[in-house]
Write a protein that binds this ligand. Structure first.
Ligand code: HEC
Ligand code: HEC
Length: 318
């Protein structure tokens, strides 16, 4: 810009104005940059969230390592094959998640959730220690158990370790306590009223044990009901098929090859021990600490009934 002869020269004024605006912009830039380092307003940060001694930041790493986002959305990101997980922890609670994640191929039953509540750390996180209080506090867990408990899911069984499960739940606890300003949006249709959301009759719900007739068909039939109700069938098939654990079909009376190279006869004593103290003998090809111990949850009669059921599934009858 130049000042033509005979016209008022404004060059100095304009330059000053430009410098003042530039100065204001610069100050704003510096102030906003500094503000971005301050703690966010009332927003939780993962470093402050832990679950039963597990860490939310580590949980985020586990979540990424297993590529859960390849199927699930979380905080607005991810894929739509599985349901959104952002707010799930607050709805179903920790014990339901503890029951679901180790054997995600089947929906947990109330027995499986009750078992998790026996862990003091889980009960403390849940804030209740009885299954009835739990289901009252977390209606979404109750809804999942009554509608889908013991049915197969569309999610694969992932071989998650105990540590990974703890960290994952810590991470989901963190996302659940975030202020997401209403995300995820609520669907406009009521999903549960939708006809196809009803459980199919092809795979009927197991009748609760108490509701069965006073004279059970047989010890084995009662054992089958207990096994389903307790959640054993999430990990064990009644055929020879391998799920998380070995199949029960044809097991009774055979020689079971154990991880330490020895063998054990699959008799009543062995099966009882496998239920009460699963880590006493590990079946070859399986990892220890996968199966929970049921000694405190099932009484002797129930364990005997399950053993009778496994006996009825074939194998050599001695
Ligand atoms: C191959 C796809 C896939 C992957 C990978 C996957 N999921 Fe899933 N998940 C699903 C599907 C599908 C469902 C819904 C199952 C159904 O409705 O039968 C589901 C359900 C769930 C549920 C229960 C949701 C509810 O509302 O009840 C949780 C919790 C969950 N997944 C956590 C995880 C976590 C954590 C990971 C990573 C370690 C993971 N998922 C990886 C497909 C997947
Ligand atoms: C989370 C998965 C899981 C659940 C739930 C589970 N188990 Fe297991 N079970 C396993 C695994 C894995 C093994 C093999 C490793 C071992 O020997 O401990 C196993 C082994 C067994 C064996 C020995 C099988 C053989 O081939 O020698 C019996 C019997 C058994 N479980 C019974 C039960 C009963 C009864 C229940 C329910 C009250 C149950 N399990 C619940 C995972 C599970």
């Amino acid at each position: 810009m130049s000042c033509a002869p005979g016209e008022p020269c404004e060059e100095g004024v304009k330059r000053r104005r430009a410098l003042i605006v530039l100065g204001i912009m610069g100050a704003l830039f510096i102030a906003l940059s500094a503000a971005s380092f301050l703690d966010s307003r009332n927003q939780v940060v993962p470093a402050t969230v832990s679950y039963a001694g597990y860490d939310a930041i580590e949980g985020k790493r586990v979540f990424q390592a297993w590529n859960c986002m390849g199927c699930h959305t979380i905080v607005g990101n991810g894929a739509y094959f599985g349901p959104d997980l952002t707010k799930l922890y607050g709805k179903v609670g920790p014990a339901w998640m503890e029951a679901f994640l180790p054997s995600a191929g089947a929906w947990p039953t109330s027995g499986a959730v009750q078992l998790q509540l026996q862990n003091a750390a889980v009960a403390a996180e849940a804030g209740v220690d009885s299954i009835d209080a739990y289901l009252a506090k977390y209606p979404a867990a109750a809804e999942r158990i009554t509608r889908r408990g013991a049915h197969a899911t569309l999610m694969p069984n992932l071989p998650l370790s105990r540590e990974e499960i703890g960290h994952l739940i810590a991470f989901l606890k963190y996302t659940s306590s975030m202020n997401t300003e209403g995300w995820p949006p609520k669907p406009r249709v009521d999903g549960l009223a939708f006809a196809q959301a009803a459980p199919t009759s092809a795979s009927p719900q197991p009748a609760p044990i108490a509701a069965q007739s006073a004279e059970p068909a047989s010890e084995a039939a009662r054992g089958a009901a207990v096994a389903r109700d307790t959640g054993c069938t999430a990990c064990h098939a009644s055929s020879t098929q391998r799920l998380v654990g070995p199949g029960w079909g044809g097991l009774y009376g055979t020689e079971v090859a154990l991880a330490d190279g020895s063998k054990a006869p699959a008799d009543d004593a062995y099966l009882t021990e496998s239920i009460v103290a699963p880590d006493a003998k590990i079946v070859a090809g399986f990892a220890p600490h996968m199966m929970p111990a049921y000694g405190t949850m099932l009484d002797e009669g129930e364990i005997a009934a399950i053993v009778a059921y496994i006996r009825s599934l074939g194998g050599e009858h001695p």
